[in-house]
Each structure stands twice: as structure tokens, then as C-alpha cells.
Design a protein around this ligand. Structure first.
Ligand code: FA5
Length: 343
């Protein structure tokens, strides 16, 4: 036999073995192929091995090398087929990997933060009461945060220790202070922005973040949200203010919620009140309110002889806590998914 013919026979044998073994889908078919190709007595590889001796002397080395390669190819095809059949058998024994009789597992999908949900809810309630939503900036100037709101220069509310001024040194000298900016400490700034832009009547709410260097505790956080409300028109009065806040509280906290108004003081309202709701036997303050001070109306160019108005600023976190039974405001900002997934 010629070397070329010998080599071709070996290659054909390896190709055929690979093909048949990869198609073998039972233990019987595998065993049949094994005997056929590498059986000790009648295997085809054995038969070709015998022919190696008949090759010319100088061709024996190449022939022997290819014979070894062929053996290796067939052996690895055998190993692969063996593995595949064993793992099929294992799968069949244990059945499907999913137990279809178990109750379904709810996937954790993302959702909006409880405060975002609260904001949407508050907008919907106030929308039904006829209040339009407006936005205002979080970085404010002294005019909108204090001056136009009738907060005099020596008022403690302007203290650098009670505000997040941007550029503290400037804020403490008077001329430069009037140019200073700060993270707004209340959403009442938006009242001024709206009235500067728009003639009465005005009936708006504005919801957003405010910042104060308050020590965090169960009811205080240095960043929180307020809902500001403002209604200016001819003949707006205190009775309407109380009705709107009561309607709002009944809608958001439930028809049976107890609320009370306490006399209070804000430089931008006169008279002023603070509003509390009864929760677990304690009164919780949820906002301040009052009739817009004539000085504020004058500052934005409204005639206080012709127009009156009321305003309120409510703590969004406190409302959310009252509705959902959250006992610590800090839980809203810990980003603990076990807490957040309950909303
Ligand atoms: C104000 O901020 C006034 N601008 C409210 C106002 C608006 C009065 C319009 C009159 C007219 P006060 O500082 O009380 O008021 O804050 C209002 C509400 O914000 C509080 O009742 C409380 O619910 C919430 N709040 C205040 N500080 C914090 C804080 N550190 N963390 C969480 N909520 C707070």
C-alpha cells in the first residue's frame, strides 16, 4: 500500500467516526460505534494499524504519526459523545429544573420613590381643587428667599447657621449679601416668582426640595420637600384657607383625620397659623399658612387694597409619613430596598 492511500484511509476513518459519534443518541448507538471504530479485535482502526507494517520503510514514520493522530481524534470524539449522553441521562433522571407547581416568584421591578409617589398624589388632589402646578429653582437669591417675603435683614431666618448659603463670606456683608445665593429654605420663594410674572388671579401649588441645616431626627431631615400653595384674588379669606386645608387633609389622610390650626407667625402672612394632624395620639405639625401679608403683595406690584390671598407651605415627608405610618423620616432616605418595596 502506498503512503498517500494509507493516510487518506486514516483521515476518512477519523471523519466517519466523528460524524457517527456526534449523531449517536443512545448508549447502544455509542457502543456500536465504539466497537466498529476502535474495537480490540475487529475495529477498523486496528485493521489499518496492521497495514502500517506493509508500508515502504521510508514511509513508516509518517504513517505512524498520522495513525496516532487518528487514534486521538477518534478518542476525543468518543469522550465527547460519552459526556453528552451522560449529561442527557442526568437531566432526564432529575426532570425539569423548574418546579412548575411552586407559587410564582414576584420579580423585583423598579418603582418610583415614596416621596415621588406622594408628590404625584398631592398634585392630583390639589388639581381637583383647581390649583395649577408651577416649578421654581432650588438655588435662590436673597430677594426671592427673604426680601420679597418681608423677612427683614436681622431676622433669625436669615442666619448663616440656619441656611445653606453658597459663598458664606459674601452672605455676611450687607451689599455682597444681597447678591448671595443659597439653597432655598422654603418653597415660598415660588409665590414671589409667580406673582412677579403674572397678574391676579393666581391659584397655584409648587412642590420641590428645600434645604436647612437641621439636625436629622425622626421628624427632621436637612433636605426635605414642601408643597407651597397660593391663591390670590378679590375677596380671598381665611375661612377659604381653612376649608382648602381641611379638604386637602381629608382627601390625603382620610375622612376621619383630626386637624387643628394654631395661631403662629410668619413674616410673609398675617394672620398666620400652623396646621397639625392627630396621629397615634400626638399632634404632628404638617405646615404653616396664613393670609398673604400686604407688604408681600406690594413687593410684587399687586394692590393690597384690591387683592387678598392666602398661602400655605406643607411638609411633604410629614404627610407621607402620616398616610403610610412611617415613624422615622430618615427611613425615606436610607435607600433600604426592603423599606422602599413596601410602597
Ligand atoms: C415654612 O417653611 C413656611 N414657608 C410655610 C408657609 C408658607 C407659611 C406659606 C405661611 C405661608 P415651616 O418652617 O414651619 O414654614 O415649615 C413648613 C413645614 O415643613 C413644617 O410644618 C414641616 O412639616 C416641614 N418641615 C420643616 N422643617 C423640616 C425638616 N427639617 N424636615 C422635614 N420637614 C420639615
Amino acid at each position: 500500500m502506498e503512503l498517500n492511500e494509507f493516510l487518506r484511509s486514516l483521515d476518512d476513518l477519523a471523519n466517519q467516526a466523528e460524524q457517527e459519534l456526534s449523531a449517536a443518541n443512545s448508549q447502544e448507538a455509542f457502543e456500536e460505534a465504539r466497537v466498529k471504530f476502535v474495537g480490540a479485535r475487529s475495529g477498523q482502526l486496528k485493521a489499518l494499524q496492521k497495514q502500517l507494517g506493509a508500508l515502504p520503510k521510508e514511509a513508516k514514520k509518517d504513517g505512524g504519526q498520522r495513525l496516532n493522530e487518528t487514534k486521538n481524534r477518534i478518542q476525543s470524539a468518543l469522550d465527547q459523545a460519552d459526556q453528552r449522553l451522560k449529561s442527557n441521562a442526568a437531566n432526564t433522571r432529575t426532570g425539569p429544573q423548574v418546579d412548575a407547581t411552586l407559587p410564582g416568584i414576584r420579580q423585583h421591578v423598579g418603582r418610583t420613590h415614596p416621596i415621588t409617589q406622594t408628590i404625584e398624589h398631592l398634585k392630583a388632589i390639589m388639581g381637583r381643587l383647581g390649583f395649577a402646578v408651577v416649578e421654581g429653582p432650588e438655588v435662590e437669591d436673597i430677594w426671592h428667599n427673604f426680601v420679597a417675603l418681608n423677612i427683614p435683614e436681622d431676622h433669625p431666618a436669615r442666619d448663616p447657621l440656619d441656611n445653606f448659603y453658597l459663598g458664606l463670606a459674601e452672605a455676611t456683608s450687607k451689599e455682597a449679601g444681597d447678591q448671595a445665593h443659597l439653597l432655598r429654605s422654603q418653597t415660598s420663594t415660588v409665590q414671589i416668582r409667580v406673582m412677579e410674572q403674572q397678574a391676579p388671579p393666581v391659584r397655584i401649588i409648587s412642590l420641590g426640595r428645600v434645604y436647612r441645616p437641621d439636625e436629622p431626627d425622626a421628624t427632621h431631615f436637612p433636605m426635605f420637600h414642601q408643597m407651597e400653595g397660593l391663591w390670590v384674588d378679590r375677596n380671598v379669606n381665611m375661612a377659604q384657607l381653612k376649608s382648602v386645608l381641611r379638604l386637602f387633609a381629608n382627601n390625603y389622610l382620610g375622612g376621619d383625620v383630626h386637624i387643628r390650626f394654631r395661631p403662629s407667625f410668619f413674616p410673609f402672612t398675617e394672620p398666620s397659623v400652623e396646621a397639625d394632624f392627630l396621629w397615634n395620639g400626638n399632634w404632628v405639625e404638617f405646615g404653616g399658612a396664613g393670609m398673604v401679608d400686604p407688604n408681600v403683595l406690594r413687593a410684587v406690584g399687586y394692590d393690597p387694597e384690591e387683592y387678598t390671598g392666602f398661602a400655605f407651605g406643607l411638609g411633604v415627608e410629614r404627610l407621607c409619613m402620616g398616610r403610610h405610618g412611617v415613624t422615622d423620616i430618615r427611613d425615606l432616605y436610607r435607600n433600604d430596598l426592603r423599606f422602599l418595596h413596601q410602597f
